[in-house]
Design a protein around this ligand. Structure first.
Ligand SMILES: Cc1cc2nc3c(=O)[nH]c(=O)nc-3n(C[C@H](O)[C@H](O)[C@H](O)COP(=O)(O)OP(=O)(O)OC[C@H]3O[C@@H](n4cnc5c(N)ncnc54)[C@H](O)[C@@H]3O)c2cc1C
Length: 386
């Protein structure tokens, strides 16, 4: 049991750092299952959440950034209090957290701070490159694309791991379709470099499907190629192989890392936070880490963060009640993949539930596009409504 006094009156203080996919799901689950036994404080530096995939909507001009934001002030879950604060220090041994507005001592501490981008890791990228992995970046790139009508676009994955394995490919597919719609596809060359041998290394079937889709759209693809830096003046990408590749517009998927405050806390080892893969517990008592911040052999994606939150919520509830722990985390979930032209596919993956990771792709269709829309709506309802 979570060790505190035998007096059953005081609620346990659960402090969740980060109100992303993992933090929101965890807060909602705890509210639904043990609101009588825990008080949840949810901290985030921002005032709102947005789904990763809504950046693609912004990139294409389908939605404005202001339309995709879900404001935390609308959270109405029993026993959950949201506070907009920036976390400046984490002491995992004492479960003490310092923010720009004060400090907290938690009975249970949950680190769900996601991954951030290290733009400076690729020299020249900040000055001369574009990205759609942040909302502001997607909006900026949308504007630049509006004025782009011919030349070479280089889409480059600049490091590994990165969020949402299909997203770089989705970006390339969607750019292709935008140029077709604008009648300028013939005048644009799209080239993609990718650091690994296969688009989705855990599954040949999904990788083959992506390769076919790239080929059908005339997108040039170079695997096992990493851009080391950009020569902004010459408009050339310098590859680690020594090759130098010219571009007119450079679109990079930035290098990812844990937020600085996680690095300073000592929680991270080899870049990410090690956890027990069964229940997402860290090596510190009553401290969990889940979602993109955790160092597990699974893809970094919201659906896996959400599934981890379910296990952590059940683990906390079981320990409070002195019950058996929940079944172990499987790292399972379904990711939607946009192929352009209103077609959406789905990858069903399970990383930890069997002897090997498995993933299969369900062919793109308009029906899956509707399913993807419903995915967002159900989360909005579950995380925010009372
Ligand atoms: C273009 C794109 C498309 C994507 N598409 C999909 C998709 O279709 N399906 C899918 O499952 N995933 C998708 N993803 C990935 C998904 O968005 C992430 O994997 C997911 O958000 C991870 O959840 P998380 O809770 O671990 O972290 P996050 O959702 O990133 O949440 C972390 C939170 O911590 C907060 N934070 C960080 N540092 C501090 C601090 N110092 N103080 C206070 N708060 C802090 C941040 O503000 C943030 O709200 C996509 C991502 C991108 C970029």
């Amino acid at each position: 049991m979570i060790g505190v006094s035998s007096v059953p009156l005081a609620k346990k203080q659960v402090l969740i750092l980060g109100a992303g996919f993992a933090g929101l799901e965890l807060a909602a689950r705890l509210s639904d299952s043990v609101a009588d036994a825990v008080q949840v404080t949810l901290l985030d530096k921002n005032d709102s959440f947005h789904f990763g995939f809504s950046k693609l909507d912004v990139l294409l001009g389908r939605r404005f950034p202001s339309d995709v934001r879900l404001h935390y002030r609308d959270i109405a879950k029993e026993g959950v209090e949201f506070r907009q604060e920036s976390i400046t220090a984490i002491d995992p041994e004492r479960r003490r957290v310092t923010t720009d507005k004060g400090s907290y001592d938690a009975d249970v501490l949950v680190v769900a701070l996601g991954a951030e981008y290290d733009f400076a890791a690729t020299p020249g990228f900040e000055e001369g490159g574009f990205e759609y992995y942040s909302l502001a970046g997607a909006d900026r790139l949308r504007e630049v694309l509006a004025g782009f009508d011919s030349g070479t676009i280089h889409v480059a994955v600049l490091g590994h791991p990165f969020k949402c394995p299909p997203a770089p490919f989705e970006g390339a597919f969607l750019l292709h379709h935008q140029f077709v719609e604008r009648g300028i596809r013939e005048a644009v060359r799209i080239r993609m470099t990718f650091p690994m041998a296969a688009p989705v290394p855990v599954t040949e079937e999904v990788s083959r499907m992506f390769l076919r889709a790239l080929d059908e759209r005339g997108i040039e693809y170079a695997p096992k190629q990493l851009v080391a830096s950009l020569d902004v003046n010459a408009h050339k990408a310098q590859l680690t192989s020594g090759e130098s590749v010219p571009y007119d517009l450079f679109v990079g998927i930035p290098v990812h890392r844990v937020p600085q405050v996680v690095t300073s806390s000592g929680l991270a080892v080899d870049g990410w936070v090690p956890v027990d893969r069964a229940n997402l517990a860290t090596r510190y008592p009553d401290v969990y880490a889940l979602g993109d911040v955790a160092g597990l052999p699974i893809s970094k994606a919201g659906v896996f963060a959400e599934a981890a939150a379910v296990v952590v919520a059940d683990d906390i509830a079981a320990r409070l009640a002195g019950r058996e722990p929940p079944p172990p985390y499987e790292g399972a979930g379904n990711c939607y993949v946009e192929f352009g032209g209103g077609l959406v596919g789905k990858v069903e993956a399970n990383f930890l539930g069997g002897p090997h990771p498995t993933a299969r792709l369900i062919e793109p269709s308009k029906e899956l596009a509707a399913e993807k829309k419903a995915f967002g709506a159900t989360r909005r309802e579950r995380w925010f409504a009372a």
